[in-house]
Ligand binder design. Structure first.
Ligand code: CA
Length: 228
């Protein structure tokens, strides 16, 4: 089945480029120029995913995302939302519980990057076993080990907890703070650099077992995601 995407963007030139690329990638695309019109449209026929610009006439992207997440209709609440923003410092808030976007892309963006993010999010919901990934990385329950294809890899407790969190929702970006909260249950204060070091070690172990780059990518200024 073809996934349906609603592009909410008031700049006609950007909207057209996104529509063309997403259509070429095989998606069914609709455009909305105003936030309030997009909200009406989403309630009439919930799309699978909304690509949502932040600054919009009628209703801004943040308010529209909140309405989607708080909708009475479960079909509307479950719509995937990718925010389009010009400011990386807003991203933590956009992805946080209050607003609840699934992912974001930063302006200026390449249309190819947008298509990749859309595909990644749609694959995430299509996945039947959320803990299993294409490359076959999973945690072995009750042990500080991961199964990576045919290999088993020893992990430290902190690495295991970081991997567990990243695997909860492959494709989703986790901030360093969210990974710290997962990694340290005793609420100790650790620096961003500590998390970066643990992620680096985790990546190295997984990459060695895969004989390829581990599918954990760093998201500039924010944190990390497990690629799907
Ligand atoms: Ca705009």
């Amino acid at each position: 089945m073809t996934a349906r995407i609603l592009v909410v963007e008031d700049e006609a030139r950007i909207a057209t480029v996104l529509r063309d690329y997403l259509t070429a990638a095989g998606y069914e695309v609709e455009l909305a120029e105003r936030g309030d019109h997009a909200w009406d449209r989403i309630r009439e026929a919930a799309p699978d995913l909304v690509l949502l610009d932040l600054m919009l006439p009628g209703l801004d992207g943040i308010e529209l995302c909140r309405r989607i997440r708080n909708a009475d209709d479960a079909g509307v609440r479950g719509v995937l939302v990718i925010m389009v923003t010009a400011r990386v410092d807003e991203v933590d808030r956009l992805l946080g519980l209050e607003i609840g976007a699934d992912d974001y892309v930063c302006k200026p963006f390449s249309p190819r990057e947008v298509v990749a993010r859309v595909r990644s999010q749609l694959r995430r919901i299509a996945r039947l076993q959320p803990a299993a990934t294409d490359v076959g990385i999973e945690l072995i329950e009750g042990a500080m080990r991961a199964r990576v294809g045919a290999c088993e890899v020893d992990l430290t407790p902190v690495e295991a907890r970081i991997l567990e969190r990243l695997l909860e929702q492959p494709g989703r970006v986790y901030s360093r703070q969210q990974l710290m909260d997962a990694a340290y249950t005793d609420h100790r204060v650790v620096s961003d650099r500590t998390i970066d070091t643990h992620v680096k070690n985790l990546r190295r172990k997984l990459s060695d077992a895969l004989s390829a780059d581990a599918p954990i990518t760093s998201v500039y200024g924010v944190g990390y995601r497990f690629e799907v």
